[in-house]
Design a protein around this ligand. Structure first.
Ligand code: AMP
Ligand code: MG
Length: 411
């Protein structure tokens, strides 16, 4: 299907084709825990012991027998001390207490801990309780949180700080994670100069797409390879694209529309790829091209920065997340209410730049004006998109609309 001519593939169908073409991850590896942040867990992790492993104190105070401590004013002789990291030696017998620190094992004989704030200072080797203490008060019981063998982390979740704490605590110092997809980024166009160019002639523009796509890939937890820019030259493109089709995905920007120098589709074909689709019913992003050569996927993104970023985020990112092994790979859209009326044109699913903001317990979406898909700087005023359906429609102010925040919940 050619962009502009004939039928355009629905966004949903294009997503499905990409997701199925990428498929789930095939390989795993182990990593050190301090390199595990952002990786995707490839194994189920269970508790290797009870949590806590023994009855421990939740407070600094005194371990007591609740039977001795049922009334304010009870006097108990302090017979010893137990610290966190110490195996308890003293035993609490009738009429006695043992000074205990948070995390220390509750000594034999004791069944409760009284907070230090609820006792008198130690006088003549004894404390007086200010309040009664009940059984198991301030005691974290053995296995009270998690039993040995219980599921702690399921496979397919991204490892964040909480998962790191869990992995460390169950002794998984080298968790098994999925191998990360290798993604290359290639920007094309005669007009492009590097962002660091000291001066830029009027017929040139700085390459914003390669850095933006690299950043989008990094937010997924990937380490992209940025290839050297290439001009709109048939031979150069063919050679660079053929060579770039390694790893898991080659992302190309520019040169996929219907212009005379849009040579990327041809270069992909010359590299022996099979076309998955060309042209999607979305705005921006219509000329999107997807190909494959064996297990390597090639994606041609339109050169306009807004189109490139939108097409990547809406269609490519979900497929990539699945290939990364994430159990939840679909775009996490949320309902938002429109601040002002919005008209969606029929024909293509439209992704409008938006600024999403919490207001009165709900997310309000303000559409960010953009002069079109070339308006790269308009993106800097947005933090997400709202989408209007392919059939178009009028959405009044206050109407609920589907929004896609760029980074989880809008802040
Ligand atoms: P193309 O898809 O090659 O027809 O490009 C469409 C528009 O996007 C043109 O105005 C290009 O100058 C612009 N463009 C292409 N590549 C980039 C890029 N890497 N960074 C910024 N703008 C680009
Ligand atoms: Mg071009």
């Amino acid at each position: 299907v050619k962009p502009g001519g004939g039928t355009l593939l629905a966004v949903e169908s294009a997503t499905r084709i990409l997701v199925e073409s990428f498929g789930p991850p095939q390989e795993t590896e182990t990593v050190d825990l301090d390199r595990a942040l952002g990786r995707v867990l490839a194994e189920e992790v269970r508790a290797d012991r009870d949590f806590p492993p023994a009855d421990v104190s939740a407070m600094d105070g005194f371990a007591v027998r609740s039977a001795d401590a049922a009334y304010a004013g009870a006097v108990l002789r302090v017979v010893g001390e137990v610290r966190a990291g110490e195996a308890p030696v003293p035993e609490v017998v009738a009429g006695t207490a043992v000074r205990i620190m948070t995390g220390a094992i509750v000594p034999r004989g004791a069944d409760a801990v009284v907070m230090v704030e609820r006792t008198s200072p130690v006088a003549d080797g004894a404390i007086t309780l200010r309040e009664p203490v009940s059984r198991l008060e301030n005691v974290r019981q053995r296995a009270g949180e998690t039993s040995r063998g219980d599921l702690v982390l399921a496979a397919g979740r991204a490892i964040g700080p909480a998962a790191i704490a869990a992995l460390a605590s169950v002794g998984r110092a080298r968790p098994v994670v999925f191998r990360r997809p290798v993604v290359s980024v290639l920007s094309t166009g005669d007009e492009l100069v590097p962002p660091s160019a000291p001066s830029v002639a009027d017929h040139r523009i700085r390459d914003g797409n390669a850095p933006a796509l690299a950043a989008l890939l990094r937010t997924l937890g990937l380490e992209p390879r940025t290839l050297d820019r290439v001009a709109d030259d048939r031979d150069a493109l063919a050679e660079r694209i053929a060579a770039g089709l390694t790893g898991d995905l080659l992302l190309v920007t520019g040169g996929v529309s219907a212009g005379a120098y849009d040579l990327v589709a041809e270069a992909f074909a010359a590299a022996g790829t099979e076309r998955l689709f060309h042209g999607v019913a979305m705005k921006p992003g219509k000329p999107l091209l997807a190909v494959r050569r064996e297990r390597v996927i090639g994606v041609g993104l339109p050169g306009n920065p807004l189109s490139a970023c939108t097409a990547f985020s809406v269609l490519v990112a979900p497929a990539l997340r699945r290939r990364m092994g994430l159990a939840r790979w679909e775009n996490a859209t949320i309902p938002a209410s429109l601040e002002a009326p919005l008209e969606g044109k029929p024909g293509r699913e439209s992704w409008h730049l938006a600024h999403l903001e919490w207001r009165g317990g709900r997310v309000v979406a303000r559409v960010v004006p953009s002069r079109g898909s070339g308006d790269v700087l308009s993106m800097a005023r947005a933090n997400g998109w709202v989408v209007t359906p392919r059939e178009g429609g009028r959405f009044p102010a206050g109407a609920e609309i589907t929004a896609l925040p760029w980074s989880g919940f809008p802040t």
